[in-house]
Structures are given as C-alpha cells and as structure tokens.
Write a new protein. Structure first.
Length: 229
C-alpha cells in the first residue's frame, strides 16, 4: 500500500446509503434542472424554490447512514496515519457520511449540513429546513442565508490544499465519480503527470476510465473495502 494516498469520492460512494447520484438513470439531474436549482442566479430569482430543493436533499442526508465504503475509507485513513502515512480524502459530495463513518474529508463542493450568511459570511450547522427569511444566528440579518454548497458557476473550495495534497501523494484513487465535472475530473490527469499510480473504483467505467492504471468495477460497499484491505 502506498503511504501517501489521495482519494477523490463522488456521489457513487453514497449511493448505497440511499442518496441519489446525479447522472445515473434516475439521477438527480435527470429529475431536476440544475440550472433552475443549483446556480446563484436561480437562488436570486426564486430563493424559496432553491431552498425547498436543498431542504429535500438535506432531509435525505440526515436520514441516511454511512455504508461499508465510508467505513472502509475511515479505517484506511486511520491505519495509514498510525504508520506515518496519510490518506487525503477529497470529496465532491455535500453529505456528511464520510465524517459520520469517522473519516476527515475536504468538501470541495461544500457541505449541505452547513448554511452561510451572504451578509456576514458566517457559516453555521444546519440540520433542519432553512426558511427564506431565517435570521443569521451571528449577524441577525434575515433573508441572506444559503446552503454552504458550491453551485454551478461558483469556485470550488479548498483548491490550493487539494493541489498540495495531490503533489505530495504517490497513489490516486477515484471512487464513485463519473469524472464529468471539473476541476475534480481533471485530477487523474494531474496525478498521472505527477507520476502517481492511479486507480478507479466505480460501478462502471467513468468518462476518464482510460486514464487509470488500475480499475475495479462493482458496488463501492464491496470493492472499496476489498481495495483498502
Ligand atoms: N458504487 C460505486 N459507484 C457507483 C455506485 C455504487 N453503488 N452507484 C453509482 N456509481 C457511480 C456511477 O457509475 C457514476 O460513475 O458513481 C458515479 C456518479 O456520477 P455522478 O452522478 O456524475 O456524480 P459525481 O461524479 O459525484 O458528480 C460530480 O457533479 O452535479 C455535480 O456537484 C455535483 O458533486 C457533483 C458533481
């Protein structure tokens, strides 16, 4: 096992916890229009509709449980740390299932269980529904709270930290992602250019499957613990 592992997860790692993916059959973007619900313009135009969509997704996250893939990643992260290595867990997911399984994760698309005030920038935990006129717990202003997730057209979070971790790794593992949204979709090419070994663990070949040295296909709850055994 490499000692400095960079793991990128996507919606597929949470699929068996009952949280929908985006582009599979029945995926979220097959049922909802992301341009109407997941952009700053959509939120400005109809905050109630956007907040109701994220209330629906937040309730799903709160009701979901981590699965064997989340647990296997948390155990691998602890095992590597115990022997002086590290597993940097970068996730595109906005759920907290990695954390609830005991892992530390960097959420490049933000976190659904957090809310950000557009007036003061304060970020707060949010487990219940978010009303349009809810006052900010810090500055008290009403009507400026939004889910602390990254919408289409917005800059993903923690990019410097992610790039630094990628440069310091010797193995890159992508799990449960279609490889269709940048910058995350470009990480495997960056990893190859840096000389990392690359591995894809997915239900089926992703858009950039050809860029991986090693591929394993099957449900994440089975193939992730197999890989990190
Ligand atoms: N086990 C492993 N992989 C799975 C499973 C499973 N049980 N079920 C589905 N998958 C795979 C699918 O084959 C697909 O390749 O997970 C991937 C999910 O792809 P997407 O739905 O595109 O999700 P993701 O890659 O995370 O999307 C990236 O797009 O809309 C934005 O912000 C959103 O973070 C998201 C980003």
């Amino acid at each position: 096992m490499a000692e400095a592992v960079f793991v990128l997860t996507g919606a597929g790692v949470s699929a068996e916890s009952g949280l929908g993916t985006f582009r599979d059959a029945g995926g979220l973007w097959r049922r909802f229009d992301p341009m109407r619900l997941a952009t700053p313009e959509a939120f400005a135009r109809d905050p109630a509709e956007v907040l109701a969509f994220y209330d629906l997704r937040r309730r799903g996250v709160v009701a979901a449980q981590p699965n064997a893939a989340h647990r296997a990643l948390a155990e691998a992260q602890a095992r590597l740390a115990a022997r002086g290595g590290r597993l940097f867990l970068c996730t595109q997911n906005v759920d907290d299932l990695h954390e609830r399984a005991g892992a530390e994760a960097v959420h490049m698309h933000g976190e659904l269980l957090k809310t950000r005030c557009q007036a003061c920038g304060g970020i707060h935990a949010q487990h219940g529904d978010l009303g349009v006129d809810e006052p900010c717990p810090a500055c008290g202003r009403a009507g400026g709270l939004r889910p602390d997730v990254v919408w289409f057209g917005e800059m993903p979070k923690h990019l410097d930290r992610i790039d630094e971790a990628l440069r310091g790794s010797d193995l890159f593992v992508a799990i449960g992602t279609s490889g269709s949204v940048y910058p995350a979709a470009g990480y495997v090419a960056e990893a190859r250019a840096l000389g990392l070994r690359t591995c894809e663990l997915n239900l089926e070949p992703s858009d950039n499957a050809h860029l991986f040295d090693l591929v394993r296909y099957g449900p994440a709850s089975e193939i992730v613990q197999e890989f990190f055994r």
